[in-house]
Design a protein around this ligand. Structure first.
Ligand SMILES: NC(=O)c1ccc[n+]([C@@H]2O[C@H](COP(=O)([O-])OP(=O)(O)OC[C@H]3O[C@@H](n4cnc5c(N)ncnc54)[C@H](O)[C@@H]3O)[C@@H](O)[C@H]2O)c1
Length: 294
């Protein structure tokens, strides 16, 4: 069976991007949110993105209308029952995901494939909430979804290889480069990125270098588009702290342990760009100023 119609659950930051790229790739998409307002908010953000593409001359108005016509919002989980693939991008909380997957499992036909966009939870554990662990994978997109080319495709020890291949093909049809990985917390990108970012905090904490010098070192010495502390402010200190704790719990290795300074900043509510303060002060967002943290 091939994937012809897709469902997306959650139309926040990630879900709206996933729904957009699937509709752009020609798939009819049903998007489910918890309230009519959130359905509307999610669809509006997609419309805004498509309008920007039209303005820049990267999309015709006729194509925009066709793409928009392929997207249908709903608050009713039953409306997902005709989808061949369901991609979940709801809040990162296991009880919420458990409730969703077990209800979808009873609603959707046995042939439907389930995929989670989780960043830190176990795909294997989520598969146990259903009677179809062989048809359960991870599809980990990156933010912003329409721009970032990568998707990590995660198989568990129970995933049917044919299902896995089908999902890899689907990811390619979305115009993404799919990489294959297994169900280990952090997959590939966060497994490599999180210890690097945490080490940058440790370098600062130990007084090896200043915030600006750490960031400039990796930008100018290694050609990174931004330094690790700027990146941490972008991702969110709270999100990184949460993921680091889960990774430390999984691997019990010091390199995944959040440094005390990161914990203190999270406790203080300095979560980065979104709260106006992190390693930099964003009072003037165009000119972030390094914070004094000692
Ligand atoms: N933000 C990122 O950079 C990023 C990157 C990769 C993966 N992820 C993962 O993607 C998922 C979503 O993250 P996000 O950043 O889009 O969060 P978000 O808060 O922007 O969106 C989540 C949305 O899910 C909705 N929701 C909650 N329960 C629901 C349900 N039962 N049915 C339908 N909708 C429901 C919420 O109303 C909310 O709009 C998480 O699992 C996260 O770990 C996030």
């Amino acid at each position: 069976m091939s994937i012809e119609k897709v469902g997306v659950v959650g139309c926040g930051l990630m879900g709206s991007g996933i729904a957009q790229v699937a509709a752009q790739a020609g798939y009819p998409v049903v998007v489910r949110e918890v309230s009519a307002q959130l359905v509307e908010k999610g669809l509006k953000s997609i419309e805004k993105n498509l309008a920007r593409l039209v303005e820049k001359g990267n999309l015709s108005s006729a194509d925009r209308d066709e793409i928009r016509g392929r997207l249908r919002g709903t608050t009713n989980v039953e409306d997902l029952k005709e989808c061949d693939l369901i991609m979940e991008a709801i809040i990162e909380q296991l009880p919420a995901k458990r409730e969703l997957w077990s209800s979808l499992d009873t609603i959707c036909p046995k042939s439907a494939i389930f995929a989670s966009n989780t960043s830190s939870l176990s795909i294997t554990e989520m598969a146990t909430f259903t009677q179809r662990p062989d048809r359960f994978v991870g599809l980990h997109f990156f933010n912003p979804v329409p721009v970032m080319k990568l998707v990590e495709v995660i198989r568990t020890i129970g995933t049917d290889p044919k299902v896995y291949d089908e999902v890899l093909t689907f990811a390619g049809k979305l115009g993404k480069t799919a990489v294959r990985t297994t169900d280990r917390t952090g997959f590939i990108v966060n497994r490599l990125l999180v210890p690097y970012i945490l080490d940058a905090v440790r370098v600062l904490e130990e007084g090896v270098a200043s915030i600006e010098d750490i960031d400039n070192s990796m930008k100018l010495g290694c050609g990174h588009p931004m330094g690790p502390l700027t990146l941490l402010d972008f991702v969110g200190l709270d999100t990184t702290y949460y993921i680091a704790n889960i990774m430390f719990d999984e691997f019990k290795e010091k390199r995944f342990a959040p440094p005390p300074l990161l914990k203190r900043m999270v406790l203080a509510g300095w979560h980065g760009r979104k709260t106006g303060r992190g390693f930099y002060d964003y009072a003037d967002p165009a000119k972030p100023r390094p914070m004094h943290l000692s």
